[in-house]
Design a protein. Structure first.
Length: 134
């Protein structure tokens, strides 16, 4: 009798684990990462140029939103140019953006990437230090 109860308990725990693992995998948002590929510094000044690579990993097998709908919002930065999205792996895409530092009063440069869809979308943020504008 005790072994039957233990077997049922183990089966319930195993099923719960499997259900939790697969259900959270499907609801995860897109992963968005940043890499500075040119102009990396500890502290930036007005006029500095930075090239940032944005990497989006689609965690859903078929995302209903096109990569072109990824929105970029920034504070203290200005886009000078950008490449088209390029697929680098099955679920990974990248785009490079050339940014100019404008700075701001608090010296925090913020570069956000936002994806919105019915499967949670995605969000990524890159925060850099700059010499504040007086």
């Amino acid at each position: 009798m005790k072994s039957l109860i233990k077997s049922k308990a183990v089966l319930i725990l195993l099923l719960g684990f499997v259900f939790f693992t697969f259900s959270t995998k499907e609801t995860q948002a897109c992963e968005i990462k940043f890499e500075i590929v040119k102009g990396k510094k500890k502290t930036y000044k007005v006029g500095d140029i930075i090239v940032v690579k944005v990497i989006v990993t689609l965690t859903h097998r078929s995302c209903p939103e096109a990569l072109k709908k990824t929105k970029f919002k920034m504070n203290g930065l200005k886009v000078l140019g950008a490449t088209e999205w390029k697929q680098i792996a099955t679920m990974d895409h990248e785009r490079k953006l050339k940014l100019q530092v404008l700075s701001n009063k608090d010296g925090k440069l913020v570069f956000n990437a936002i994806r919105t869809c019915d499967k949670d979308g995605g969000f990524g943020s890159l925060i850099l230090e700059a010499i504040p504008i007086k």
